[in-house]
Design a protein around this ligand. Structure first.
Ligand code: CTP
Ligand code: MG
Length: 180
């Protein structure tokens, strides 16, 4: 069970790092730092808000693809193969791209709901803020490969905890606005 859990976490590493990437590219590619919703509103409230930018979404897609390609390289070098859930050589690029995209879309969909219930951009919405990217990445990559549902459920607490820790570290380093 622990081994299978580690395999799932390893599989979603591209999504995890894609989710962290938007804050790392702040201050670069300023031309892309425009809100995805273009300022549009629904019932007087912003669709997604100023914090969901094209720069962040693209950073996630690039990061997801890159991390997956590194995993493919590692797999082909016969390293850490016991962690692999899929045959990485048979799936170039696409799963990484889908996980990066899914992580960003999941995050943006969550922001859509945050705005509907009047949570300001940057203010925290515990649990949803931590799991949004994971669910998005899972749904997006599932046409290529979907880990068993039971394993997905079992990994939720680990993802939740891992994300709380990385967020706290990000806050401490000055990347994030809130500690949770
Ligand atoms: N970010 C971005 N574009 C995205 C996602 C994130 O530019 N598509 C950047 C923003 O600077 C954002 C930061 O990454 O403030 C942290 O992202 P996140 O915690 O997901 O957003 P929040 O600031 O909490 O905004 P929201 O309330 O809409 O979730
Ligand atoms: Mg947040």
């Amino acid at each position: 069970m622990i081994h299978a859990l580690l395999q799932v976490l390893y599989f979603f590493l591209p999504a995890y790092l894609a989710n962290m990437s938007p804050v790392l590219v702040r201050g670069t590619f300023d031309v892309l730092a425009v809100p995805i919703d273009g300022g549009r509103t629904l019932w007087g409230k912003r669709l997604l808000g100023d914090h969901k930018t094209w720069r962040g979404l693209l950073a996630g897609i690039v990061a997801g693809t890159l991390v997956f390609e590194i995993q493919r390289y590692v797999y082909e070098a016969q390293v850490a193969r016991h962690l692999a859930l899929i045959d990485y050589s048979a799936h170039p690029l696409l799963p990484g791209l889908l996980m990066g995209l899914g992580a960003g879309v999941g995050d943006a969909v969550k922001s859509f709901f945050k705005r509907r219930i009047d949570i300001e951009p940057g203010a925290s919405w515990p649990v949803f803020d931590q799991l949004d990217f994971f669910l998005g990445a899972y749904l997006c990559v599932s046409p290529v490969y979907a880990p068993p549902l039971l394993l997905m459920l079992a990994s939720l607490p680990v993802i939740l905890l891992g994300n709380l820790v990385s967020n706290a570290v990000g806050y401490w380093l000055g990347f994030k606005e809130t500690w949770i």
